[in-house]
Design a protein around this ligand. Structure first.
Ligand code: PHE
Length: 460
């Protein structure tokens, strides 16, 4: 066996957990999860989501970590090396390549939405939420979307924020930043929760999120829940694999993954309960209001409650931090590759990839104003096309390939070496899930994601 490469390993206990949780907790938890829960009837949706986290999220996250840690390299070189040592076809390296590309694509539109949180921090601080109604709040949001140069400014700033952390390196950038950002995020979340318990309709919210009505379960909501479990845990594109390369060998993969999945789920649930408690307490606004829930509905709630402006600022700072610790993980696989493969400095690699993502994101900025009637993929706006390609196609495909690769191709002795701290029960159930259940489940998401589009193209 080749000796392990000289490679950075995070020394401080808990750094991997903070970084992986930082990657997982993001706009997916605070912006997307509450509104898709609202749209899909509440409790039944939450239950299905929890189920998918257990059956596909946890096993695939374990697979990604052990790939990265085994090879101690960025996802592209890690898959290449694992193919070699396990005698698998070189074709599997597509996992690394597609992942790095997916990271760039997701980053390009993620920074646009993350940029809105910066605008909203400013609006909250300057008192713009005071006395908002549903209509004036919608007008405020529409005004932002229509303002091309402001959108561009925030997109640029968020990309720069991401590049800065990556350029500082694996220890001084990534590790150092998650060590203060994540605890702060949790403190802000607790403040929000406390406020929602006092000021909001807490019990109504809990009832909405946790009462199970079988009639709310539809095939489609089951699929939405499954797709989201993937996105929210940052799986399928190598972010977790890249971080896995920095994880100490003595840390248990299974226990770590359980903790990260638990924290990610807790943040989504707490944010959901708090947001709905505030929304239920504000007359005249609907829980099922879709993507505008966070940027249109919630400001109305903040603008009409005591201390709402302070809490509104706290809230949007929290979302900004959550998004920031996710964007850095989107770019890390590519930056680590350029650095480890070509010896490019971290600064050079992050700036180069940051510029590419920023350019790719221009279309997403414009798709809300100048390009609002331009169509790209099958009638979708540029923004929706990028989201569709990355989230509905590349992530599930990458996740399925990772499950198949680790499930079928990696040698037993390599797996056992990485998983020596796990219980034998976990090992017994994990591999069959990875071999059979996860790939099939993901295939179902993929087909569901692509089929409606194909039907549109060929039937209509
Ligand atoms: N998990 C992040 C979120 O929930 C998004 C993400 C996806 C980040 C894939 C990295 C990789 O917002």
């Amino acid at each position: 066996m080749k000796p392990l490469k000289q490679h950075t390993i995070w020394g401080l206990r808990g750094s991997f957990i903070l970084a992986a949780t930082g990657s997982a907790v993001g706009l997916g938890n605070i912006w997307k999860f509450p509104y898709i829960t609202g749209e899909n009837g509440g409790g039944a949706f939450v239950l299905m989501y929890l189920l998918w986290i257990a059956v596909i999220g946890i096993p695939i996250m374990m697979a990604e970590i052990l790939m990265g840690r085994r090879a101690r390299a960025n996802p592209i070189m890690a898959t290449a090396e694992l193919c070699e040592t396990s005698g698998a076809s070189k074709g599997w390296t597509v996992i690394g390549w597609m992942g790095a590309l997916a990271g760039l694509v997701i980053l390009s539109f993620y920074t646009v939405i993350a940029g809105w949180t910066l605008e909203y921090v400013q609006s909250a601080l300057s008192g713009k939420f005071a006395g908002l109604t549903g209509e004036t709040s919608q007008a405020l949001f529409d005004g932002l979307l229509a303002d091309n140069s402001k959108m561009l400014q925030w997109h640029t700033i968020f990309t720069l924020m991401t590049v800065t952390i990556l350029a500082l390196g694996v220890t001084r950038g990534l590790e150092a930043s998650v060590r203060w950002m994540m605890p702060l995020l949790f403190v802000l979340l607790l403040i929000l929760l406390g406020y929602a318990m006092v000021e909001g309709e807490f019990v109504t919210s809990l009832r909405f999120m946790f009462s199970f009505n079988i009639e709310d379960v539809s095939w489609e909501s089951a699929l939405t829940a499954m797709g989201h479990s993937f996105f929210t845990l940052s799986l399928g594109m190598g972010a977790i694999m890249a971080y896995g390369a920095y994880m100490p060998s003595t840390q248990s993969v299974g226990k770590t993954v359980m903790l990260v999945a638990l924290l990610d789920t807790l943040v989504a649930l707490v944010a959901g309960v708090a947001i709905f408690a505030l929304v239920f307490a504000t007359p005249g606004i609907a829980v099922g209001s879709g993507p505008g829930l966070m940027f249109v509905t919630l400001p109305v709630a903040f603008g009409n409650m005591s201390a709402g402006l302070v809490i509104g600022s706290v809230f949007f700072v929290m979302v900004m931090l959550a998004a920031w610790t996710s964007t850095i993980s989107l770019l890390e696989p590519g930056v680590a590759y350029l650095n480890e493969r070509f010896g490019l400095s971290r600064i050079g690699a992050s700036v180069l990839l940051g510029v590419i993502a920023w350019l790719l994101g221009l279309g997403s900025v414009w798709s809300f104003n100048d390009w609002s009637d331009k169509q790209f993929l099958w009638g979708k706006s540029y923004f929706d096309s990028m989201d569709f390609i990355a989230t509905n196609i590349m992530l599930p495909l990458g996740g399925m390939l990772i499950a198949l690769f680790v499930g079928w191709k990696l040698r037993d002795e390599h797996l056992l070496h990485e998983l020596k701290f796990e219980s034998s029960l976990l090992l017994k159930v994990w591999r069959p899930i990875l071999r059979y259940i996860s790939p099939v489940a993901v295939l179902v998401i993929l087909i569901n994601g692509i089929f409606p589009v194909l039907r549109k193209v060929f039937v209509e």
